[in-house]
Design a protein around this ligand. Structure first.
Ligand SMILES: Nc1nc2c(ncn2[C@@H]2O[C@H](COP(=O)(O)OP(=O)(O)O)[C@@H](O)[C@H]2O)c(=O)[nH]1
Ligand SMILES: [Mg+2]
Length: 321
């Protein structure tokens, strides 16, 4: 890697963090302020404080299991290192959250110019698949990638049109079938079109029907199978949209998708509508899935790549000793 590449990579990383913070600051950061408030009012690092911290985490959608795990780990660190200052304890909390998220287990996304990769977007209806596809397309186009779309959500009236309109605005190709067409056949058409007219990233919309798990599983595996037949190694990513405002409920719906297919990452949507950013930790700890992007508005720019350091910086603000 040349010197220039390194510099470019570092700059990209820095701009990613600042975008992340900008994006996240648009949400109302209540987890952070609750933690700050809790520590601000505490007189000592004791069981009582940790008990209250547990409640704060659970209320912020970290989930009972993951929250209890965090508190246990924190207790051990406090005891082993004789931590008595609030600042030390907050630092330990940040370390524990990092350990729970386990960033080393997350492989970096690798899109390459001139090498077609396919992203399949799945998720419950209304969770933000179509909107996120447009945002992600725009995001990668700004980085110089070429992007094409496949509108394979043929079950819902208007879903195809919605994506086609976005593609027009972005001035990119969207391969679509008629409403009620077999989604797998639209997928095949799309892959074939982009084999003739290559792009770096193909993003495919799918139907989010959740009639029953068997049905969902069959449909998603068919989509996967036909895509793999057309493009080697595809789909390279299967991203699941989770509406952050639905909290633990959203997680149990997400679980059905996770059981139905090989999800590789999560797009956490509608972060502007919730103060409960803790869901990020629950998703990673419970499903071992990284959050790849968060979205925070209806505007096409309201998206940012997920960045653990940025996230934790917003969760744990500086507290006075
Ligand atoms: N406030 C907010 N609304 C969003 C966000 N993402 C999507 N939406 C809205 O959520 C609704 C459903 O989104 P859509 O992309 O159609 O969901 P799909 O059914 O999964 O494809 C639409 O009204 C979107 O404008 C977001 O990040 N913030
Ligand atoms: Mg849709």
């Amino acid at each position: 890697m040349g010197l220039f590449d390194k510099k470019e990579k570092r700059e990209r990383k820095e701009s990613k963090i600042s975008n992340y913070l900008d994006g996240y600051n648009k949400t109302n950061k209540s987890l952070a302020s609750k933690i700050t408030e809790l520590f601000g009012g505490a007189t000592a690092i004791d069981d009582d404080l940790l008990e209250q911290l547990l409640v704060v985490l659970i209320q912020a959608d970290v989930g009972v299991v993951t929250s209890e795990k965090i508190i246990e780990m924190l207790k051990t660190r406090i005891a082993e290192n004789f931590l008595t200052k609030k600042k030390q304890c907050l630092k330990a909390l940040m370390d524990v959250m990092t350990e729970v998220y386990n960033p080393d287990s997350v492989k970096e996304l690798s899109f390459e110019k001139g090498k077609t990769k396919v992203i399949m977007m799945v998720g419950v209806n209304g969770s933000g698949k179509t909107t996120s596809i447009s945002k992600i397309a725009n995001y990668y186009m700004q980085q110089g990638f070429t992007v094409g779309l496949i509108a394979a959500d043929t079950f819902r009236a208007g879903a195809v049109d919605q994506l086609v309109r976005w593609a027009e605005r972005l001035n990119i190709k969207c391969v679509s079938g008629k409403e009620n067409a077999d989604p797998a056949s639209v997928m095949v058409d799309g892959c074939r079109y982009f084999k003739e007219n290559p792009v770096d990233i193909i993003i495919a919309d799918t139907a989010g029907r959740l009639q029953n798990k068997k049905n969902l599983m069959n449909e998603l595996s068919k989509m996967k199978r036909v895509t793999a037949r057309e493009i080697e190694g595809a789909p390279h990513e299967i991203w699941l949209t989770i509406d952050a405002t639905t909290g633990q409920n959203g997680l149990s719906q997400a679980a059905q998708f996770i059981e139905a297919t090989d999800i590789t990452g999560v797009i956490l949507t509608k972060m502007d509508g919730t103060s409960k950013g803790g869901i990020v930790l629950a998703i990673k700890d419970q499903f071992n899935l990284p959050v790849r992007f968060i979205t925070y508005g209806e505007d096409i720019e309201s998206i940012t790549e997920f960045w653990l350091e940025g996230y934790l910086q917003t969760v744990i603000e500086e507290a006075e000793d």
